[in-house]
Write a protein that binds this ligand. Sequence first.
Ligand code: ZN
Length: 245
Amino acid sequence: MRWFLIVLLLGCRPDPRIAVPASRGVAIGTVTLEWSNVHAVFGEHVLLVDTGSQGELYQLEQGMKQIGVRLGDVKCAVVTHGHADHAGTARALQLKGIRIIAGAGDRARNARGEHGAHNPTGLFSRMLAWFLPETYKPFTADVVVTDRFDLAPCGVAGEVIAVGGHTAGSVVVVVGKVALVGDLFRGGRLAGFVDRTEPMVHFYQDDKAHAHEQIRALVRRGVELFVLGHGGPAIRSEVIETFGK
Ligand SMILES: [Zn+2]
């Protein structure tokens, strides 16, 4: 069953692409791996947001090449949260000299390399959890974010903000009017296969009410485009329709 699901996911997976054009104020490329998106924010240097699952370094490297990014040119990678499909290749990237930035609330989870409790938000996500990766190579972040971190040393005019909600240590990256929000919500009906940009409640939330309040806080901050860990990106008006403001 797991292999059937993987073949299905790979068959529907979009190619590496420039998901956000520079006309939005910042260009962002996206590589969709087996379970999740990894984003490249183009600044003075390239910043990665999320790292995929354990063992995906080669696929990540190949995908990034297709959008013009060499991992050797990347200074920093932000892990939006310590789930196995987002933090899985962080240690491998760290060993390549890339600084890893992660939220303080997920420090213990990352040190163990354990996905942790799923906290599904529905029946489908309860079943999907049987197939998800459970562990990843443990790591200690080079930068631990308790509140905010200015990304200037990483070559990007933006910041990392600790928000919690999806996990205790969830962080988002805000660059101008674009926010990369990890799993605060997801995009697409039928588990993301249809209407990939449509905002949906995420399959898993440690604290759903808090996660949704953080989405509204980003709306109030003036964010126009939400770049997601699964599916997306989602535009402001549709986010407001789903989560309010
Ligand atoms: Zn997650």
